[in-house]
Design a binder for this molecule. Structure first.
Ligand code: NAD
Length: 456
């Protein structure tokens, strides 16, 4: 397997991928390790995760540079991801013991009866991951899964394998046994081989198309399936806002990580009375974004990680132009080495255009004028996805009125493109099933067992 730097096209590593037989052997290793790990006291499991955190701090700059080299993420944004990861680990360290402890939910002396719940590990789980935030989307699964007593077969994306191997190395150094956290290297074929093993659960982060295949592969096996999939996340800007400040905030929400975030802003609706002023401020902001060498401290727009995505973006641009949209900035693939696409802004768009319907996953956005809140709500809900949605207004009551009927796992008032470890991360419709993060996202790696205890 060739690992390529998407910013330059240069091959930076050659690795051997796991074939079906290797995947099978790794599964057997994890199955053997899991029972012992489940008997290890939770205090010890948490100690290992705390040491993993120390390893991340010690390796911080090396990890950031590897991530930037293999996915093309601007170096500052790689560092931000690692800093955010520390906060997530802190959440799991603080909350896991409480979330997983045995609960007494009923006791009655007269009946001589007690009812209790214990949180049993699922067993051996597969963690099939995406490349866009490999530290975030990976750790949301493997940290609580390990703490809860599971063994994890972890397949990083083929576009973030070096990062995945760093993660494995640091977890092993921290004291997670090699037969409990087992990295599996390869592309979709290796992922598919993993889903064919007699695992107890599959936790996937990636596209709707792959998620649907994984759900089908797991369907007859009655194992836990969690899918964190894509989005077409809308933001609605009301007329009562500070236009310049909101334009800057929403531009960041749309273009951070070069638009390659599951919760990137992908559609903008603006009240018609401020539309022109908003577009002027937004386009000025986007034209100020520095695109270039991801290793450069000043770079804000990095490379497109997967080369085929350039064609998706090109097709969305052509379709929008053909259907009458106005191109306000960008619109082109940048010729030369590596995968690059100009930050692109369209106005006069509508929902007949792929740009407003299909996940773009790149630095491209459409801005549509709306007459009122009802029209904005209808448009926000006119999607197969439902990951996040945001509204910008000074009025908290109006924000609640708008966000209540919006079908999305997360809703934002005066913010966007935001994830908190304290809140559940989930999607509606094609954005997935199940959740990570929050105390629910710890318990999700367990099977609640019901104990009916009647004294003799
Ligand atoms: P992808 O679906 O192409 O790949 C994801 C993973 O699945 C990779 O590890 C890949 O090797 C593996 N895979 C591919 N085919 C498989 C198969 N048939 N069986 C098993 N595994 C298979 O997605 P990607 O390009 O890595 O990630 C981008 C997508 O992920 C976007 O749609 C984005 O919105 C979504 N995403 C969602 C979240 C979220 O939290 N909801 C977070 C990050 C990314």
């Amino acid at each position: 397997m060739k690992i390529t730097n998407p910013a330059t096209g240069a091959v930076i590593a050659n690795l051997a991928a796991d074939n079906s037989a290797a995947v099978r052997r790794k599964y057997e290793v994890a199955r053997a390790g899991q029972a012992r790990w489940a008997r290890t006291p939770i205090r010890k499991r948490l100690e290992a995760i705390a040491k993993f955190r120390e390893r991340i701090v010690a390796m911080h700059e090396t990890l950031a540079r590897t991530l930037t080299q293999e996915v093309g993420k601007p170096i500052r944004q790689s560092r931000n991801e690692l800093n955010g990861l520390l906060g997530r680990i802190d959440f799991f360290l603080a909350e896991s013991a409480r979330a997983l402890r045995e609960e007494k939910v009923f006791a009655d002396a007269k009946q001589n009866l007690e009812e209790r719940i214990t949180h049993e590990p699922l067993g051996v789980i597969a963690n099939i991951s995406a490349w866009n935030y490999p530290y975030f989307v990976g750790s949301n699964v493997f940290v609580p899964a390990l703490v809860a007593g599971n063994a994890v077969l972890y397949k990083p994306s083929e576009f973030a394998t070096l990062t995945g191997l760093h993660i494995a190395e640091m977890l092993h150094e921290a004291g997670i046994p090699r037969d409990v956290f087992v990295p599996v290297v390869g592309d979709g074929a290796t992922g598919a081989a993993l889903t064919r093993q007699p695992i107890d659960g599959v936790f996937f982060t990636g596209s709707y198309a792959t998620g649907a295949k994984i759900a089908a592969a797991a369907g007859r096996r009655m194992i836990k399936v969690q899918l964190e999939l894509g989005g077409k996340d809308p933001v609605y800007v009301c007329e009562d806002v500070d236009v310049k400040a909101v334009a800057a905030a929403v531009a960041d929400g749309a273009f951070y990580n070069t638009g390659q975030s599951c919760c990137s802003v992908e559609r903008i609706y603006v009240h018609e009375s401020i539309h022109d002023a908003f577009v002027d401020a937004f386009v000025a902001e986007v034209k100020g974004f520095r695109m270039g060498d991801p290793m450069d401290e000043a770079t804000y727009i990095g490379a497109i990680t997967r080369r085929p995505q350039l064609d998706v973006l090109k097709r969305q641009v052509a379709d929008a132009k053909k259907k009458g949209a106005k191109l306000n900035a960008g619109g082109n693939i940048v010729r030369g080495k590596g995968n690059w696409f100009e930050p692109t802004v369209f106005t006069e768009v509508d929902h007949s255009m792929a740009l407003m319907r299909d996940e773009s996953f790149g630095p491209i956005i459409g801005i549509q004028a709306v007459a009122d809140d009802a029209a904005a709500i209808d448009l926000m809900n006119d999607t197969e996805y439902g990951l996040t949605a945001g509204v910008y207004t000074h009025d908290p009551k109006r924000a609640r009125r708008i966000l209540a009927p919006v079908r999305a796992g997360s809703v934002y008032w005066n913010c966007c493109d935001r994830v908190s470890p304290r809140l559940p991360w989930s999607g509606v419709g094609h954005s997935g099933i199940g959740l990570t993060l929050s105390t629910y996202g710890i318990q999700t790696f367990t099977r609640p067992k019901a104990w009916h205890l009647r004294g003799a």
